[in-house]
Design a protein around this ligand. Structure first.
Ligand code: C2E
Ligand code: CA
Ligand code: CA
Length: 706
């Protein structure tokens, strides 16, 4: 879960960033397009306006050129100005009109030598050489050659800007002999009126004549004959792009605002979602690594914590892991219910987590299993004791006083890198603690591993032996206490592992633990029954494990086997130990009743070394009781032992239950137990457990003796 949440968070962040980037890109491209359109629209219009201004100047010049040409190339005019009447003619033809004429404001007729012939400025005579200066004379000089092309230039004098056109005064057919003519010049002052007309005609609003270029407007220079500007036509740019831009500016602002709003919304929503997911991920991470009941770490959380701590080796003090298994928790749950059990677990968890200052982490890793991690130099034995101390006082849950104990296994980090190995070692130590009697602390040691491995190997071999039928019954005689006569035999399982015999004390518990006992038990019963068929006069006793008896199919299996082997159930006695009567009395009673109904008898085995009461003897309907060897030995050692024996046997006698004495090795023991009331004796004195053939031989010998 945390991983998918994390990738989701990442994808939300990526998406948000992408949307922000996209929005910025759209905004940027939009801004670029708008500004480019604005600028190019402005530039296009400026270009148009400049071309219009140029055309205006050009047409002004063309009109001047046409006027000059019309008047200068003219046979009659030429004749007149070359006559004595030239002055009058000039005045009459052009001078008078110059006072108020659209095409020119002054006229100047200069002779071939450049001297003033006749010149009029607004109808008044004037001397252009003085008033227009040397540059005018230069132009006149250039124009004095016969040419069809008038010379036109701009001039600036006395604060006024004017256009002057000059051309040689000549006949239509110029005389090739004449190189220099008089020159007719027209002069047109450029006034505000002139610029207004141009402005209107050429759509150049605000057109003005300036002596200097205006940096805020568009400017067209009016050059003199050297190309140097004498003045400028200036007019403001219409900037239609800017105009349009300004008119749509509020909408653009609106769009930018909406885009910004959208981006902000995406960022806020994305951020909130990412935060929410991160919180969720943190919560589910906590859930995944913690136990919901106690709030401590769970198995996964513990493994991760160990992993982190093991990675810090060298930067911290020694680490030790403790596994704690509660003793007696199940009965609490059964007796008081799960709610009380849960409260107890919470209290235990709290108490464990705070039992020592070296404890850096606490976990609940199973129903009633806890773990503590110690980082510190305190001796693990002291921590083990601190943990045991937690259970010294009873717990108070909902007003109930509840006592539980604990078994502890610990493992120090030593050479361990892997948290699972550390857990395994602590588990191994805990297992050893439970096996060796509970309510104790056991530290891991390598021999535990070796022991576990040895047992695992042994279990494998036992399994093979059972499947191969290698385990055989030996038979130990049961004799009448008074006469010494053979009455029966007890089957005892024998396993030769290679050359070494393995005692049933070892392999029977192993078979019980590994689930092989049902099979082994039935195998023993079958083999014993088959052997006992050869000894018709003897009863057969077979040991039954409590686990077999708790198997609901047990009674059926036994009856089926006896039927198949055609063995009289009345000859069979099953020996069971008392612990089954305590752990599972109902099932035991059901099985015993079913088998007794078919004539099978029951012996209570190993009486005197456990808790079974005499009452249980009667309740389960035992047909016989077998006194454990430890009682026999005790009777040997002290006189009070004899009293205990006697009391026990007479109680059984009072219930009408006959008693067998086990482990009789000496004549004295036999005598004591016979006197105490045992009717049957079993032990090395009577006979050791032996192979079936030896039993047959012993029977034959006894028959011979009789
Ligand atoms: P148990 O049923 O009490 O068996 C009697 C044990 O006492 C046998 O040990 C026997 O060899 C030993 N014994 C008999 N007489 C003497 C004596 O005079 N002195 C001494 N020191 N010992 C004597 P064994 O054969 O080693 O069996 C041990 C236990 O293993 C049995 O105790 C029984 O509980 C169990 N067992 C043996 N065979 C089977 C079996 O087939 N099924 C089951 N479930 N348990 C078996
Ligand atoms: Ca027995
Ligand atoms: Ca016994």
């Amino acid at each position: 879960m945390p991983y998918t949440k994390l990738t989701k968070t990442r994808s939300i962040i990526v998406t948000t960033c992408f949307v922000v980037f996209l929005a910025s890109l759209i905004g940027g491209v939009g801004a670029h397009v708008i500004s480019t359109m604005t600028r190019s629209a402005d530039a296009m219009d400026d270009e148009r306006a400049e071309r219009a201004a140029q055309s205006a100047v050009m047409s002004m010049k063309q009109r001047m050129a046409a006027t000059v040409r019309d008047n200068a190339v003219w046979d009659e005019g030429y004749k007149a100005i070359t006559s004595d009447d030239a002055q009058t003619y000039t005045y009459e033809t052009w001078g008078r009109t110059s006072d108020n004429y659209l095409l020119y404001d002054a006229v100047a007729l200069t002779g071939p030598d450049g001297a003033n012939t006749a010149s009029y400025w607004k109808g008044q005579p004037f001397d252009p050489r003085n008033d227009l200066g040397p540059r005018f004379l230069d132009q006149v000089k250039k124009a004095s050659n016969p040419s069809s092309k008038p010379i036109i230039n701009f001039f600036s004098y006395g604060g006024q800007v004017m256009m002057v056109g000059s051309q040689a005064m000549q006949p239509f057919e110029p005389d090739p002999e004449i190189q220099t003519y008089s020159v007719l010049s027209f002069l047109k002052i450029i006034t505000a009126e002139t610029t207004d007309v141009i402005a209107e005609e050429y759509l150049l609003d605000g057109l003005k004549l300036n002596s200097q270029p205006d940096p805020t407007t568009l400017n067209l220079p009016l050059p003199d004959e050297t190309g140097k500007p004498v003045a400028y036509l200036s007019w403001p740019s219409k900037a239609p792009g800017t105009l349009v831009y300004k008119s749509v500016y509020p909408y653009i602002l609106g769009c930018i605002f909406l885009l910004a709003l959208f981006v902000a919304a995406v960022v806020v929503a994305g951020g909130a979602e990412a935060r929410r997911l991160r919180k969720l991920a943190a919560a589910s991470r906590f859930q995944a690594t913690h136990d919901s009941l106690s709030g401590l770490y769970n198995r996964l959380g513990l493994a991760e914590k160990l992993d982190r701590l093991l990675g810090l080796r060298g930067k911290r003090q020694r680490l030790t892991l403790y596994m704690i298994d509660l003793d007696g928790f199940k009965p609490v749950n059964d007796a008081w219910g799960h709610a009380v059990g849960d409260h107890l677990l919470m209290q235990v968890g709290d108490a464990l987590a705070t039992c020592h200052s070296d404890v850096v982490a606490a976990a609940r890793i199973g129903g009633d299993e806890f773990a503590l991690v110690q980082v510190g130099s305190t001796d693990p034995a002291k921590i083990g004791q601190a943990i045991l101390n937690v259970f010294r006082k009873p717990f108070i849950v909902d007003g109930r006083t509840i006592e539980v104990g604990a078994t502890i296994g610990s493992a120090a980090e030593d050479d361990v890198q892997d948290p699972h190995e550390l857990l395994r070692r602590a588990d191994m130590a805990l297992y050893e603690g439970k096996e060796s009697g509970r309510s104790r602390w056991v530290a891991y040691a390598p021999h535990l591993d070796r022991e576990r491995q040895r047992l695992a190997r042994l279990e494998g071999e036992l399994r093979n032996a059972i499947f191969n039928g290698d385990i055989e019954p030996f038979f130990q005689p049961l004799a009448c206490a008074r006469t010494g006569e053979f009455k029966g035999v007890e089957a005892l399982a024998r396993w030769r592992r290679g050359d070494t015999p393995v005692g049933p004390d070892v392999f029977i518990p192993l078979a019980e633990k590994s689930g092989l006992i049902d099979m082994l038990g039935l195998q023993m019963l079958r083999k014993s029954v088959r052997a006992a068929k050869s000894w018709p006069g003897l009863s057969l006793s077979v040991n039954v494990s409590p686990i077999q008896l708790c198997n609901p199919g047990f009674a059926g299996d036994v009856l089926e086997l006896l039927a198949a082997e055609r063995f009289d159930p009345k000859r069979l006695t099953l020996e069971i130990t008392e612990n089954v009567l305590i752990s599972n009395p109902e099932q035991a009673k059901r099985a015993i009743d079913a088998l007794k109904l078919n004539g099978i008898r029951f012996s209570l085995d190993d009486f005197g070394c456990g808790y079974a009461s005499i009452g249980a003897l009667r309740q389960f309907g035992f047909d016989r009781m077998k006194i454990d060897r430890s009682l026999v030995l005790a009777a040997d050692r002290e006189s009070s032992g004899i009293d205990v024996l006697k009391a026990t046997i007479s109680l059984a006698a009072a219930l009408g239950i006959p008693v067998t004495a086990e482990g009789i090795e000496t004549g004295r023991q036999a005598e004591v137990l016979r006197d105490a009331g045992c009717d049957q004796l079993q032990g090395y004195l009577v006979g050791r457990p032996m192979a079936p053939a030896d039993i047959s031989q012993a029977i034959a010998k006894a028959a011979d003796a009789a």
